[in-house]
Design a protein around this ligand. Structure first.
Ligand code: DC
Length: 207
């Protein structure tokens, strides 16, 4: 197999389903580059919170802007989900993602519309999901471990609000591509979810 050829793994799914962990593990296992596309929308969301026009911010976005650790807050996540509804914001971020996906040596992109809109030709498409309660519990545990004291009901409401906004929008809504392999991580350990994703990529690569 020619390992310098482009090979795209598209991983989509709702917030806190485990797609980031799986994307990083797949990238590492195969030596592929990884792009967390949520960071692009978070960077634009953060700039909107700072008073900028989101469309202009998306057009001027540079890769350094999405390496900022402050993009991980719940406030920025909600702002990201709001700017992600704007078709011109999505259009401004398209070329960067497509170029990343087709880079030599392989790429893993995780997001909401990678298999449906950004890379409909991706060699592998995974849709990683879990029930809202399980995802809220994971987010709750993560926040608690970081020293926050959230209310579970608030975290669950947050997860559901983001799901609704991401799934109901007109442009590139969150949904599995017709040819995506659905991986429900509700009852899986992190190790088993990662192993299952890697096995799926391996099987597809071998064909
Ligand atoms: O994956 P994340 O939680 O970092 O994403 C933040 C928001 O960005 C999410 O609620 C919706 C939006 N997003 C999107 O619309 N399309 C993507 N490919 C990635 C993220």
């Amino acid at each position: 197999m020619d390992t310098t050829q482009p090979f795209t793994v598209a991983i989509d799914g709702p917030a806190a389903a485990g797609k980031g962990t799986i994307a990083r593990a797949v990238a590492e296992a195969f030596g592929f580059a990884h792009l967390d596309t949520g960071l692009l929308y978070r960077a634009v969301g953060a700039q909107m919170l700072a008073g900028q026009n989101p469309v202009e911010a998306a057009r001027a976005l540079s890769p350094e802007a999405f390496e900022d650790a402050s993009l991980r807050t719940a406030e920025v996540a909600q702002a990201a989900s709001k700017v992600a509804v704007i078709a011109d914001v999505r259009a401004a971020l398209l070329d960067f993602q497509r170029a990343f996906a087709r880079r030599a040596g392989g790429a893993v992109l995780d997001g909401r519309d990678i298999g449906t809109v950004i890379c409909p030709q991706a060699e592998v498409k995974l849709f990683v999901t879990a029930s809202p309660d399980v995802r809220a519990q994971r987010r709750f545990d993560e926040l608690t471990a970081r020293g926050h004291a959230p209310m579970f009901e608030d975290v669950l409401a947050d997860v559901k609000a983001r799901d609704a906004r991401d799934s109901d929008r007109a442009t590139a809504p969150l949904k599995p591509a017709d040819d995506a392999h659905v991986l429900d991580t509700s009852k899986l350990s992190v190790e088993d979810a990662v192993a299952s994703a890697i096995a799926h990529v391996k099987a597809t690569r071998a064909v």
